[in-house]
Design a protein around this ligand. Structure first.
Ligand SMILES: Nc1nc2c(c(=O)[nH]1)N[C@H]1C(S)=C(S)[C@@H](COP(=O)(O)OP(=O)(O)OC[C@H]3O[C@@H](n4cnc5c(=O)[nH]c(N)nc54)[C@H](O)[C@@H]3O)O[C@H]1N2
Ligand SMILES: Nc1nc2c(c(=O)[nH]1)N[C@H]1C(S)=C(S)[C@@H](COP(=O)(O)OP(=O)(O)OC[C@H]3O[C@@H](n4cnc5c(=O)[nH]c(N)nc54)[C@H](O)[C@@H]3O)O[C@H]1N2
Ligand code: SF4
Ligand SMILES: [Mo]
Length: 723
């Protein structure tokens, strides 16, 4: 008998509702759930991968210990003991910080992992904590903390009601939105135009999203901050600012006015590659629209001025009266209120309390920039990292100068991975602790409900029971944490958690949340039980103006121009507005390299970072790991479409097939990330047949946004020539 299971897809941020039909222990069908209040039936080709991951013979189902180059299956008790002993041995010999931990992106998509990873990391008691945050959205957290007082106060476009969407460095038509959970983003974007609105895209590549837009403007990578400053200059000069509704609670608008005054459109036109008159039009259109939302994502985040660009986009919204209003950018009111749950003191900055050993990069919210991880491992001296712990992820393919990390990992004295694949990173592990399959877990999206274009809440029951000898991520982490923790409270807590699991914590969070039932049997409202009664999910409504009640700054005011961003403007000017920099090509005399082209990344519907490549139906077809290049650049180099070319950067070189395309800005080339499979010792049979090359063997660990510590993937100087 077929059974229908309602579930949220956990593969990307879009949270699509799925109907998964099963027969016994088999998935027979996966389709979109038309009754899901957020996704309304949308689904992408990756959703079926949930089934393929579940049945993938390469997915590890039992703890494994490496003996030389072979893997040996062991039992859980032995595995947990080996993990604890391995970590302790490194720390006893070399000090606590000799263990580094890396938490990858799939962690955020797991309820159990999210609830337990904090305690787990604390129990390691190391300052060498890293995650995918610093190759992704770190600038958004830094801006949120300094402007609004909390790292999670990230403004989300009110996509379904805006009349004007201005997109910087994001491709929601492919990514389905990021820090803007928006399943079916393409349809939502088309709807803006259908209701008479306007969509404008700023991107070095004419992307799938640009194809849906009214206008696309190619920008030189890394110069978005200049563009937004010039837009602000125009808006102030022409008296188009409209910050009345928050003005009483905002500081720094005058600073923005004085600081942006010197960035006239004429002054930034050559550097950005966007004509002064176009910049004026962009500013006037944005400021003059009935409602408008400016939105920037990884293209503005993963660059040398990620902090400035991310802050300025929010400042632009603020100055034009687009913040915290319907049709602008707003703040979510999720059923699990992470802000309320966070005991962090109002406004207490968690920044720079310690620095990385080798380069002196500052910590942010307890983490160091992952661009510093390899050098912490391969630079000898007191405090050198000798042991590694990962939860999900694949930093060898996903962090800058992955080849350096790859080499450093082979030198670890102990490496334990909580992960179910032997990928390019975990192949170096001594011990792999595989969690249950995603379909065997209960799910509630703690993070992405808090970042969605509409407030909804949904609980997913496990589709399949977990095999008796499998462990969930939270069980693995809790077992290690309990053993590593000192003190009775931690051990007692661990024991209680072990009994209650994520359900206990989730029920507590829902009850004490803004829609919660509380703990009285007579009150109405949300609890886990209540949520389970609505398996398609519950609609909590469109985003609502709510910022003033949420502000966490010490003085409960908005800071439009935090001092640390203002101070960084000098670096921007020095980098881009020096007299000797001239236009013509997007590449400039960069101190970091001698290339004459600059490299950016790209995402594809059928990939998810480094890990949908072991799914046959998603990788078959033509090679996607190609280098896109504008025809003028190809002709200038005598390179032909389809040829294999050599791409070289400061840190290394790779070879890839060339795809000549007018969608690229001249001077800019694009290679997708997440490829580079087939390395010795990996166990990803399908991926090995479609290896591609890793863009992160070209990106530079020394090239970061020095303000926030985020990796600067975009704008790496490269040369391209015949093989
Ligand atoms: N199919 C699919 N969906 C995904 C993912 C995936 O791998 N595949 N990954 C998920 C994850 S982890 C994330 S974080 C999100 C990311 O979601 P998005 O931010 O929407 O992702 P990208 O498609 O990388 O879009 C970044 C855009 O920035 C442009 N760009 C590069 N440099 C610059 C620059 O200097 N300035 C400007 N203005 N633009 C620039 C690129 O050309 C690209 O179009 O997607 C998520 N969704
Ligand atoms: N050049 C360049 N580099 C980039 C980007 C870019 O745009 N350009 N994008 C960056 C971004 S936005 C991100 S988020 C990062 C992602 O970087 P990472 O998080 O390091 O990498 P992923 O590819 O998401 O990790 C996938 C792996 O996680 C493991 N995994 C999958 N599911 C689970 C699970 O349920 N539990 C556990 N424990 N493990 C699991 C599997 O081994 C899988 O292969 O990459 C970044 N790197
Ligand atoms: S868009 Fe994302 S959440 Fe939706 S089905 Fe595809 S992978 Fe899953
Ligand atoms: Mo990401």
């Amino acid at each position: 008998m077929p059974t229908q299971n309602l579930r949220t897809c956990t593969l990307c941020e879009a949270m699509c509702g799925l109907v998964i039909t099963t027969e016994g222990d088999r998935v027979v069908d996966i389709r979109g759930d038309a009754d899901d209040p957020l996704s309304k039936g949308h689904i992408c080709p990756k959703a079926v991968a949930l089934q393929d991951i579940h049945t993938d013979p390469d997915r590890i189902r039992h703890p494994m210990k490496r003996v030389g180059t072979a893997w040996q299956r062991i039992g859980w008790d032995e595995a947990i003991t080996l993990a604890v002993n391995g970590i302790q041995a490194v720390q006893q010999k070399h000090g606590r910080d000799a263990i580094a931990a890396y938490v990858g992106n799939p962690t955020v998509h797991s309820l159990g992992a999210m609830l337990f990873v904090g305690d787990f990391l604390r129990s390691l008691r190391t300052k060498n904590r890293y995650s995918a945050t610093s190759v992704d959205q770190l600038p958004a957290h830094v801006a949120a903390m300094h402007m609004f007082g909390h790292v999670l106060l990230i403004p989300i476009p009110d996509l379904d009601r805006t009349d004007h969407l201005l997109v910087f460095g994001a491709n929601p038509a492919v990514s389905n939105g990021s820090l803007m959970t928006a399943p079916g983003a393409s349809e939502r974007i088309k709807a803006i135009r259908a209701r008479g609105g306007r969509v404008v895209v700023i991107d070095p590549r004419r992307t799938e999203t640009a194809e849906l837009a009214d206008a696309h403007h190619a920008i030189r990578p890394g110069t978005d901050a200049l563009l937004v400053l010039a837009m602000l200059q125009v808006i102030f000069a022409e008296g188009m600012e409209r910050s009345e509704h928050l003005a009483e609670f905002t500081d720094g608008i005058d600073t923005l006015r004085t600081e942006s005054a010197r960035f006239t459109p004429e002054r930034v036109a050559l550097s950005t590659g966007i004509a002064a008159e176009t910049i004026r039009t962009l500013a006037r259109d944005f400021a003059g629209a009935k409602t408008a939302a400016a939105y920037g994502r990884v293209g503005v985040s993963m660059q040398e001025f990620g902090g400035l660009a991310t802050w300025l986009i929010t400042a632009l919204n603020l100055v034009c009266g687009r913040l915290d209003v319907v049709g602008g950018v707003m703040f979510t009111s999720p059923a699990v209120d992470l802000l309320r749950a966070d005991q962090q003191r109002a406004g207490a900055p968690r920044f720079g309390r310690w620095k990385s050993r080798v380069r002196g990069l500052p910590e942010f919210a307890g983490e160091l920039p992952v661009a510093a991880l390899a050098e912490e491992m391969d630079t000898p001296g007191l405090g050198q990292v000798r042991g590694f712990v990962t939860h999900g992820g694949n930093p060898v393919l996903s962090t800058p100068n992955g080849a350096r990390l790859d080499a450093a990992l082979s030198q670890m004295e102990f490496f334990v991975a909580i992960d179910f694949y032997v990928n390019e990173t975990t192949r170096h592990a001594h011990l792999i602790l595989p969690p249950s399959s995603p379909l065997e877990r209960e799910h509630y999206d703690l993070i992405f409900h808090a970042l969605a274009v509409r407030d909804t809440a949904k609980y997913s029951a496990p589709v399949f029971p977990k095999p008796s000898d499998a462990r969930h991520e939270w069980e693995i982490m809790n077992a290690i944490t309990t053993r590593l923790s000192r003190g009775v409270p931690a051990k007692v807590r661990g024991a209680v958690y072990a009994i209650g699991g994520p359900g206990l914590l989730l029920d507590y969070a829902l009850r004490s949340g803004p829609y919660g039932k509380g703990f009285s049997p007579f009150k109405r409202g949300l609890s886990l039980g209540k949520l389970k009664e609505s398996p398609h999910g519950i609609d909590l409504g469109a985003l609502k103006p709510s910022l003033l009640g949420k502000l966490r700054t010490k003085d409960r005011r908005i800071n439009a121009a935090p001092a640390l961003f203002i101070a960084d403007l000098t670096r921007l000017e020095t980098r881009w507005l020096r007299a000797d920099i001239h236009a013509g090509s997007a590449a400039t005399a960069s101190s970091e390299g001698s290339g004459d082209l600059v490299l950016i990344g790209r995402r594809a519907t059928r990939s998810s970072n480094s890990w949908m490549h072991n799914v046959e139906r998603l990788v078959r077809g033509k090679n996607r790991c190609t280098l896109l290049m504008h025809p003028v650049d190809a002709t200038a180099r005598g390179l032909r479409d389809g040829a294999v070319v050599r791409i070289a950067a400061r840190v290394g070189h790779v070879e890839a097939e060339l795809a000549v395309s007018e969608e690229m800005m001249p001077g800019v080339v694009s290679l997708p990330h997440g490829w580079g499979h087939g390395r010795a010792g990996t166990q990803l049979r399908v991926a090995a047949q479609h290896p591609g090359v890793s863009i992160n063997d070209l990106t530079d660990d020394q090239l970061i946004d020095t303000l926030t510590g985020n990796a600067a993937f975009s704008g790496v100087a490269v040369t391209v020539g015949p093989r």
